[in-house]
Design a binder for this molecule. Structure first.
Ligand SMILES: CCCCC[C@H]1O[C@@H](O)C[C@@H]1SC[C@H](NC(=O)CC[C@H](N)C(=O)O)C(=O)NCC(=O)O
Length: 221
């Protein structure tokens, strides 16, 4: 079968979680990087962007947009979505929590300096006071290696991605969360994840001024 093809900027943004999920599944994927407004307008003209937005993922003969829809499709396709409805809804709850936290991190680079500082301070505060305590308790109460069932799932992938992104903002953020620290080590050592974390993988770096300029120019906001 053809490899999935990802259409997005050369940066993390909303596409990064999709890269993580594919990498965790050991699925190779291609990328077309949007460098110009023309590329973006061509995708729109060709009717590929349902609401005129990216991420766009070409997979199984479909042109998919809406990040969460794509993630859900891929999680189900690669059996990262639990063994039944009850496990799936738990995965959805955990994933949506991490996506809420990550959305704040994603927005920050596009804000003015003072707002950006406030947002990033709020990310650390929410991670330490709201999100990480919840996941620490889940790991404690559940007593398994993974967040849901006793199987590696989309929730674990999203959680590791979120932990690493918050640690980029504050390296000691896990100091009060020993179970999350152990979780981070455990999940990082899963072979497909370990490979994705090594240099040379398709994992993207944190956003820089060039990325912000590129996206702002292409999307003209
Ligand atoms: C102010 C928000 C900053 C984010 C800007 C973009 O850069 C990335 O870091 C995140 C987004 S992605 C680009 C943006 N896509 C979305 O907002 C998709 C939202 C959708 N619900 C999804 O989850 O896929 C885009 O195409 N906009 C064009 C425009 O709406 O006309």
């Amino acid at each position: 079968a053809a490899k999935p093809k990802l259409y997005y900027f050369h940066g993390r943004g909303r596409m990064e979680s999709i890269r993580w999920l594919l990498a965790a599944a050991g699925v190779e994927f291609e990328e077309e990087f949007l460098e110009t407004r023309e590329q973006y307008e061509k995708l729109q003209k060709d009717g590929c962007l349902l609401f005129g937005q990216v991420p766009l993922v070409e997979v199984d003969g479909m042109m998919l947009t809406q990040t969460r829809a794509i993630l859900s499709y891929l999680a189900a396709k690669f059996n990262f979505y639990g063994k039944d409805l009850k496990e799936r809804v738990r995965i959805d709850m955990y994933v949506d929590g991490t996506l809420d936290l990550m959305a704040m991190i994603m927005l920050a680079p596009f804000q003015r300096p003072e707002e950006k500082q406030e947002t990033l301070a709020s990310v650390i505060q929410k991670a330490k006071a709201r999100y990480f305590p919840v996941f620490e308790k889940i790991l404690k109460d559940h007593g398994e290696d993974f967040l849901v069932g006793n199987k590696f799932s989309w929730a674990d992938i999203q959680m590791l991605e979120a932990i690493l992104m918050v640690e980029e903002l504050n390296a000691s953020v896990l100091s009060d969360f020993p179970l999350l620290k152990a979780f981070k080590t455990r999940i990082s050592n899963i072979p497909t994840i370990k490979k994705f974390l090594q240099p040379g993988s398709q994992r993207k770096p944190p956003p820089d001024a060039h990325y912000v300029d590129l996206v702002s120019n292409i999307l003209q906001f």
